[in-house]
Design a protein around this ligand. Sequence first.
Ligand code: 0PR
Length: 402
Amino acid sequence: MDKSKEILSKLKEYRDLDLKYEKGNIFGSMCTKPHPITLEIIKMFYETNLGDPGLFIGTKKLEEESIQMIGKLLHNPNAFGYIISGGTEANITAMRLFNNISKANFKNKKYGNKKNREDSSKIIIPETAHFSFDKSKDMMNLDLIRPPLTEYYTSNVKWVKDYVEDTISKNGENSISGIVGIAGCTELGTIDNIKELSKIAYTNDIPLHVDAAFGGFVIPFLEEKYKLKNYNYEFDFSLDGVKTITIDPHKMGLSPISAGGIIFRNREYKKYLDIEAPYLTETLQATILGTRTGVGAATTWGLLKLLCKDGYAKITHECMEKTTYLTNKLRENGFETVIEPVLNIIAIKDDNAKETCKKLKEKGLYVSVCRCTNALRIVIMPHLEFEHLDNLVNTLCKINKK
Ligand code: 0PR
């Protein structure tokens, strides 16, 4: 056998150890089998580097056009941003932006008195936020202020308003560097009241970041019949306080990994992130990564053009239908959910969630668990079919002898 063939066959052996989405046993992932067209796109763009955009002018154009299309979806014709590695990088970028704006405002004495600028930037962020924000905290020494959750597992906006007003009245000036809201939280899929958070943010001149890494490719396509009365589904740039949004093509956007999106309200924000890069074709760089693939930009562009609104609406509809189906079937079999599912995520109450998760794994089914409450967590991604859901319920029943 020639050497390349030998290596490829060895690689295949390793690859065969991986689980496969199409087998229908991955229930805890926010990623899915990418759309088949992306295989062709990967081949075409595999050597591109958006870290040096002057060399890859076409790929850079695709990134800009992808951002414009996503901006339109999020009601912002002036959107600016990048297709980066994923939600983690997007959230860290937003925190870096808020931290830098805060430092610049202090320098410019926008908020006056020196003694009120503390070393760390205060960010108000819900308990339900993804752990990528804890990474930002580590990197930038942020002071994360955690409002309590409402009974619907959303950030308590009354608490946020009181906290902001109290802090400002105590200091006589604003010492809060940012607010974060989640549109589709990782564990339960809940959506914070971004409209109210936006009002608080706008009135007090505090930037608001929305983490819609998961929900960004779901909420805009959700039919009215799925909307629950205890949640407000507005989350995008149509709300004045929203300055940045994380929205990931490699989750419900059907793009292969890595494709994350960070979208800014406008280009003005770039200057707070720019670092001089004198030896590149573009001499200022704002992204965290330097050398970075253009594949994500190209697959995102391709899928937005191919699927359009109708395609994503169909995917969302199918996932929500399956979510309703599984919820009903679980209830018929005596299981309870933590909340009425808001998006295509179901949390099943279980005092021994970790133990159940282990037993399911022994049966070849992979679910995850919640951190905020004792529950199993199921994400209904496009790779899951009705028969896979039946299999999950049957196995759960056997484990629990229900
Ligand atoms: N923001 C939210 C709301 C998220 O849910 C996630 C990831 C991120 C940010 C970070 O995104 P990246 O992982 O792209 O950096 N949420 C899932 C999680 O951590 C990601 C995931 C995907 C987990 C596939 C497992 C898996 O098999 O749970």
